[in-house]
Design a protein. Structure first.
Length: 163
């Protein structure tokens, strides 16, 4: 971690009611650092799925087991880690939700969403137990997707980390 990064940590009990708290914080942070509305939506969906998986599959709804969510905000990346206190899993052993035999099965979509909506997704067993899912969304430089007509005469807006 460097001085230019900001870290936000949140620990919740393994109850579905707390997922909205995490996703509201996700929306706040992604908007604060300057993601567009579409990116905010998809990042939120990936974080929601990761936290829901931690509560349901990792901690099996045990309110005595925590879920830790860490956001690291930098000029280049939006980094999210979600840790549960469960047994862990091997992502290579998960069924492919796009396999024709699984297309009608509603289970198994969360990891597909995370992999689709984020630029990097990694799974690691934590040294003290549980699983850590790390997701990264790379930020587009300000103005990169704007046309010359959109930037002409516009009032420059700086986000919370100086872009």
């Amino acid at each position: 971690m460097t001085v230019s990064e900001n870290v936000v940590r949140l620990t919740i009990a393994s109850q579905l009611e707390f997922i909205d708290l995490v996703t509201n914080l996700t929306d706040c942070l992604t908007n604060m650092v300057g993601f567009d509305e579409e990116a905010v939506y998809w990042i939120n969906m990936a974080v929601r799925e990761s936290v829901a998986n931690a509560v349901e599959h990792g901690n099996q709804y045990d309110p005595n087991k925590a879920v830790d969510v860490t956001f690291i905000l930098s000029p280049e990346n939006f980094h999210v880690s979600v840790r549960d206190r469960g047994e862990g899993f091997d992502p290579a052993n998960l069924p492919d939700p796009l396999d024709p035999l699984n297309l009608l099965n509603p289970a198994g979509r969360g990891i597909l969403y995370m992999r689709t909506f984020m630029d990097h997704v990694d799974y690691q067993l934590h040294s003290e137990g549980g699983m850590v899912v790390t997701m990264i969304k790379t930020r587009q430089p300000k103005g990169e997707s704007l046309t010359p007509d959109q930037t002409e005469g516009s009032n420059p807006r700086h986000d919370a980390i100086g872009n």
